[in-house]
Each structure stands twice: as structure tokens, then as C-alpha cells.
Design a protein around this ligand. Structure first.
Ligand code: SAH
Ligand code: MG
Length: 213
């Protein structure tokens, strides 16, 4: 991929390891090649780290990334939790706010014409969204409720031959939380509508082979 963008992705705050980011990029390229003009949707953008890899793919295939996040952080990003970052606290509200960091990432990477941030609740945005997707990356809330909701909200919008990417998939509870594994990854495979294409670290790439019914 574009060397400048890869360096910038690695310099962005967030939770996407380099090898998984590279796999995300290659999968997004494959989906955009297969389904020209259909967009990429990302749920869970944070400061835009994974988004840079997706933006590189969208630039190459002349499509767009819609980067969805309410920017208040997930449970584990809050004060007192494992993944809290004091520097992302908005001092006027004492609440996490990752939107300024995302906008800075897009300026620095010159991806503002390719990556369109949508600020809001995943479920609310999905209820107004009718376009089919070439590529859907789910990395939002990692509890039972948000993973079940993201599965129901976004997975039906993936076009046939389009790809579903899921982050933080751990089949063994010793390695991490089970919700993305159970309520997205296994749910998609059990539906019979998806097959697994690749696994890199905790990233899983599935392809839609049919639409149920
Ligand atoms: N993909 C990012 C990490 C995302 S962290 C990276 O590569 O670094 C998870 C993000 O999901 C957080 O920023 C949080 O604000 C967002 N999120 C959690 N639940 C959400 C919901 N219901 N709607 C919108 N965004 C949500
Ligand atoms: Mg993640």
C-alpha cells in the first residue's frame, strides 16, 4: 500500500496492530475490486487508526469510507478502565471525545475527501442507511448488546461477494471478551450466508456467499 499512509496509520492512536491493519487493507481492496463503487463502512473509528488502512483502499479503488462512531468511547475506554487515555478527555465536559483526533488524522493523511466521518450511534445511523456495502468493518462496542445490534444493523447490508471484517474475535475466553466471536463471527457463519476467507491475529474476514430466504 501507499508507504506514506502506512507510516501515518502506525503513527495514529488506536488498537489496530500492523499485521492486522495490512490484512484489513488487502481485504478492503479485494472487496472494492469485486464490487466497484459500493462503499466501505467502519463501525468504531476512535482516532482513525484502522480508518487510514481503509482509506488507502478506498482511494485506490475510487470509493468512500463512511467512518461511524459517536466518539464518546466504548466502556473500556472510560476513566478507570484498561484502555483509558487521559489526553482524549474533553476538559469542558469531562467526557471522552475522539472526534478532534480523528479530524487531525484525516488532515494529516489528506484522506478527508475519501473518508467521511459520521458522528452518532451505530444503530440509529443504520436505520437510515439503505446502500449496499462492499466492505463492512465491525469494531464498535464489544459487549453483548452492541455486538448483537451491529450484527443485526449492518451485516444484512453487505452485498453478495462483499466482505465482513470483524475485530477482536477470540474463540478462547482466556484471550479476550467473547461477544464479537459469539454474536458477530459465529452468528455470521451459522447463518450459512458467509464463509471465512482469512484470519490475522484477532481479525476475521468473511465473505457473503448468498442472501438468506
Ligand atoms: N477501529 C479503531 C478502534 C475502535 S475502538 C482503531 O483501529 O483504533 C471502539 C470505538 O467504538 C470507540 O471509539 C467507541 O466510541 C465506538 N463505539 C462503541 N459503541 C458505539 C456505538 N453504539 N455507536 C457508535 N460508536 C460506538
Ligand atoms: Mg478492535
Amino acid at each position: 500500500m501507499d508507504k506514506f499512509l502506512r507510516v501515518e496509520a502506525l503513527a495514529t492512536k488506536g488498537f489496530m496492530p500492523a499485521d492486522e491493519g495490512d490484512a484489513l487493507y488487502l481485504a478492503a481492496c479485494a472487496a472494492c475490486r469485486e464490487l466497484p463503487k459500493l462503499p466501505i463502512v467502519e463501525i468504531g473509528t476512535y482516532c482513525g487508526r484502522s480508518t487510514v488502512w481503509l482509506g488507502a483502499a478506498a482511494r485506490k479503488y475510487q470509493t468512500k469510507v463512511f467512518a461511524i462512531d459517536h466518539h464518546f468511547g466504548s466502556e473500556e475506554n472510560q476513566n478507570g478502565w484498561e484502555w483509558f487515555d487521559q489526553s482524549l478527555l474533553d476538559s469542558s465536559t469531562n467526557q471522552l471525545n475522539t472526534l478532534p483526533s480523528l479530524l487531525a488524522t484525516l488532515r494529516r493523511t489528506m484522506l478527508s475527501d475519501v473518508v467521511i466521518p459520521i458522528v452518532g450511534e451505530s444503530k440509529v445511523i443504520s436505520s437510515q442507511w439503505s446502500a449496499k456495502l462492499a466492505f463492512c468493518f465491525l469494531d464498535g462496542g464489544h459487549g453483548e448488546e452492541p455486538t448483537r445490534s451491529d450484527y443485526l444493523s449492518w451485516v444484512p447490508k453487505i452485498a453478495v461477494n462483499g466482505l465482513l471484517a470483524i475485530h477482536d474475535v477470540f474463540s478462547d475466553p482466556k484471550d479476550g471478551g467473547q461477544a464479537p466471536y459469539k454474536y458477530i463471527y459465529m452468528a455470521a457463519l451459522d447463518s450459512g450466508e458467509f464463509i471465512e476467507i482469512s484470519a490475522t491475529g484477532s481479525l476475521r474476514i468473511l465473505q457473503r456467499i448468498k442472501i438468506a430466504g
